[in-house]
Design a protein around this ligand. Sequence first.
Ligand code: BES
Ligand code: MN
Ligand code: ZN
Length: 501
Amino acid sequence: MQTHTPAKLIPTDFTPVPSLAWLRDLEVAAVDETDPTLHAVGFVFADQGDAPDELGLDRAALRRAGFTGKAGDTLLLPQPSGPALVAVGAGPVAGLSPALLRDVAAAFSRATSSFERVGLRLMDVGDVDPVEAAQAVAEGLVLARYRYRALRAEHKEPVLTRAELSIAGAAAEALRAGVARASATVRAAAVGRDLANTPPGHLTAQNLGEVAVDLGAAYGFEVQVSDRQELIELGCGGLLGVNAGSAEEPRMIRLTYAGGSDRKLALVGKGIMYDSGGISLKPSDPMHLLMKMDMGGAAAILGAFTALQQLGVSTTVSAWLMCTDNMPSGSAYKLGDVLTARGGKTVEVKNTDAEGRLAIMDGLVLATEWEPDAIIDVATLTGAALMALGTLTAALFSNDAGLAERVEAASAETNEQLWQLPLERSYRKQLDSDIADISNLGGPYAGATTAALFLDEFVAEVPWAHIDIAGTMQSATDDSWRSAGATGYGARLLTRLAESF
Ligand code: BES
Ligand code: MN
Ligand code: ZN
């Protein structure tokens, strides 16, 4: 393999995770009374009963101005002096949930995106636990103001520097606890977003290894980075095969968080730094700039690790991030090549664009050798998952009903939606190869399922769940707490799962 450093002019002060500085400087405070020097203060209230007196307008007047009171509806009322006031609908009290409050807070955050200092007062959260309510509101407020700011000096909107929140009738202690939890979960998602938004030339597999080492030192987890030579020694023929055409070295990034309990959770992430398709080259299409996000699974896992210690997670969590780009060149792997996975299984390559499953198969085998209680892999694996479920819902596959239920429960709490699809084993024969144990390409239908069936071959009997985030890794537009670009999908879900495992 030819190794050279391609000429890249990257600013010397380039920071791969710019959100860390933003979040460090951002004050999110639980308060009783919002500060009168804020730029905007929102009032969240249900669609029945009186509007809050502070707004100075009754429900009829608000309605005449177009405010319906539905969840997420907002109406900004400029004031002659002091903060702008914002009516924020919560819909019916009976419909309140942390997920809805997160959406409502995000709607307020977007309505006030031209302000640096904002406050949000919730008049009634019904039966929602105040800690959960405060966490969800803080997440919605902050995640909706996320922007990838590493590469331009000027932005249309100012940076959010202070957010205050209060919930009528809730103990200050509970609010503070919720806000503290949100500071960890928001960081998890923002780290995932920053890394996935970073252009491929600014973040190679080697760079990601360096970022992981820094994050591990800052947030309390161990990081071990394996280079090409070590991957050869480990027998990771899948990751090495995908890497063969690249001018950049591959990296396997092993993360370990020692939670103290003997419950062991293994995570495996697809870390394709850029997916050109390789010799099965993708046609030129602006859509393919999204392939810089083909490491969204690895990014979400790394993000989640930055939250574990702060949340006091007791589970022991270990991750294998399988990182390389997928490039065509004279040294690239070819259609017809046979790769040998760690553990000895042989794989005939029928399409070099089905590279994700090859990169992570070695990680799955290494994860099983660790003898965990469960393995979860997160991967931007198939266009078929995007076609089937769109950008709001990830595809879940599992060989274990109990584990699938746990993943679904975590997903419901973080509102990172997913839907379980059947692991239809009768389709396994589509992966048969004439010359190897298995091929990397299924038939024309059920592409997300045949990809999952491929992975299933490498997890032995360990309870395993596979989350295909090809659809949910990015959002074309600002939508609730998802800001346009990489969504960080999975970071909060995995954090929650590790916590409840
Ligand atoms: N990274 C892509 C999947 C993807 C597509 C992610 C769209 C995000 C948005 C993956 O490596 C890929 O190319 N999959 C192929 C598999 C096929 C060749 C069997 C696909 O889905 O077309
Ligand atoms: Mn591909
Ligand atoms: Zn890919």
